[in-house]
Design a protein around this ligand. Structure first.
Ligand code: C2O
Ligand code: CU
Length: 497
């Protein structure tokens, strides 16, 4: 197997953009070269400890053409959606200088990375938000390796375009592949029927004949917020990868015989994406950046905030769709093409029917056997909402954040959460600052649990997760990664005492 890797992604004009642009590799004075100086890089790999990777991000409004309608006024990092690929080597010190040129405060959260508390980017919980005109420097050691992402954690800003991929490369890559694409998936609103098309929901496009199709469904909530300023979930009808709708996208280029890695990141506000590549099977190698025992599947289902790394062998020359299994999502642009070198024309290749059901968590296994330690604490979280109390009320154990019961922990404890979803909607539950082990996915004890930071709990499903309270800090956020559920109250805090 060839070990050459093209770290490429397709850019906004179909040009190949080499990732890592805009980052500066430097040396941290006093570290590495001179360990005796007393600066300590926690967990840094010897080869890279002491190296600093500095990235600058300017949050600002910019016009963005996703290729699916009119140019929209988005909120961006450096004028692009998504923001630049941030890449670091495991063990490097990542320093990100954020300049806020938005008319509102902002913060950045490093989704999935167990960064020190002060760097976690949750307004009020871990830092005061960065005011307009101000600069804030985030700094943390890039580890462990994996596929992550970064996004604003202020209000509904994530949905306006403030997100980007964050890739931490391992010191030694175990996976063999020839080419890599990073795909950040996102959902967009269509104007003008969606609520507040030009307000905070922001990313709206004229959908031509599609507009209005579903207007009125939200009854009295239409276009409004409830008494606590929470917005009901609008209907997302357009979808992009790396900021571009399927039709506007340059096809992903592959060569016959290559092993291709896809890093899939779902940055959507409210859309779970079941993705397949026609004519090929996908092998899942990582979930949320952490290695799993490779599993072949036809469909990978990605909740909001989740990441999947998959590889496939390019053994079937043609022009193939990489697309959602759901026709509404395909119609909305969630259909991208993969073109083999030498294949011309627009005729889409045809494949035999394949399964449309996705790999489940319980089909997947992590690398390490289950630790049979009994937890020091157990919390039950009943997820509910969206029904009797109205479309903007989302609860944990019947209560809405900030009135939910915090989860008290002490440093070093093993904590178990049993999460049960009584509502009709899927909830991707994300814990900040910690990985958890999925010890019981959907009622079955795992022999080798998945290690994740975001996990979709479906209707009437129960997952049991364990984590070690190994990242002290007063308050860590735990919430549903549906932006509307999060703001509707489906959130709580892990509090260290
Ligand atoms: Cu991806 Cu609390 O966030
Ligand atoms: Cu939810």
């Amino acid at each position: 197997m060839v070990s050459r890797r093209d770290f490429v992604k397709f850019g906004t004009s179909g040009a190949l953009v080499f990732a890592g642009g805009g980052t500066v590799l430097g040396r941290l004075p006093g570290v590495g070269a001179d360990r005796a100086a007393g600066t300590r890089v926690v967990g840094g790999d010897a080869a890279v400890a002491g190296r600093v990777r500095e990235v600058r991000l300017t949050a600002r409004a910019a016009d963005w053409d996703s290729g699916a309608g009119r140019v929209v006024s988005a909120w961006t990092y450096d004028g692009r959606v998504p923001g630049q690929d941030i890449r670091a080597k495991e063990g490097e010190l990542l320093r990100v200088v954020l300049k806020n040129e938005l008319p509102e405060p902002t913060t950045i959260h490093w989704h999935g990375l167990p960064v020190p508390h002060a760097m976690d980017g949750v307004p009020e919980l871990t830092q005061p938000p960065v005011a307009p005109g101000e600069t804030f420097t985030y700094e943390f050691v890039a580890r462990p390796a994996g596929t992550y992402w970064y996004h604003s954690h202020f209000g509904y800003q994530l949905d306006r375009g403030l997100f980007g991929p964050l890739i931490i490369e391992p010191a030694r890559e175990e996976l063999e592949y020839d080419r890599e694409y990073v795909l950040v998936l996102d959902d967009w609103l269509l104007a003008p029927e969606d609520p507040e098309p030009d307000a905070s929901a922001g990313m709206c496009m004229m959908g031509g004949s599609m507009g209005g199709m579903m207007g009125g469904r939200r009854g009295g909530m239409m276009g409004g917020r409830d008494e606590s300023g929470v917005r009901p979930q609008p209907i997302y009808r357009a979808f992009t990868a790396n900021g571009l709708a399927g039709a506007a996208h340059a096809p992903l280029a592959v060569r016959r015989g290559e092993r291709v890695r896809l890093r899939l990141i779902n940055a959507s506000a409210a859309t779970v994406v079941p993705l397949r590549l026609r004519g090929h099977r996908l092998t899942i190698t990582h979930t949320d950046g952490q290695p799993v025992r490779p599993l072949e599947t036809d469909v990978v289902r990605i909740g909001m905030g989740e990441r999947y790394d998959v590889v496939f062998t390019a053994d079937s020359p043609g022009l193939w769709p990489l697309e959602s299994v759901e026709s509404e999502q395909r119609k909305g642009g969630l259909r991208f093409l993969l073109r083999y070198d030498g294949v011309r024309g627009d005729r889409i290749s045809e494949a035999a029917a394949s399964s449309t059901s996705s790999a489940r968590y319980r089909d997947l296994a992590g690398r390490e056997p289950l630790q049979r330690t009994e937890p020091d604490r157990l919390y039950e979280l009943r997820l509910s909402g969206g029904m009797m109390r109205g479309p903007t009320v989302w609860t944990i154990n019947g209560r809405r954040y900030p009135d939910t019961e915090p989860l008290a922990v002490r440093e070093g404890e093993r904590v178990r959460l049993r999460i049960f979803n009584m509502s009709m909607m899927p909830h991707p539950i994300h814990l900040h600052g910690h990985f958890y082990d999925v010890v019981e996915p959907d009622g079955r004890r795992a022999a080798a649990p998945l290690r994740k930071d975001t996990l979709v709990v479906d209707h009437m499903q129960t997952h049991v997760i364990d984590f070690t309270a190994d990242n002290p800090g007063a308050r860590w956020f735990l919430h549903c990664h549906n932006l509307y559920h999060q703001h509707g109250g489906m959130a709580t805090e892990v509090q260290y005492s």
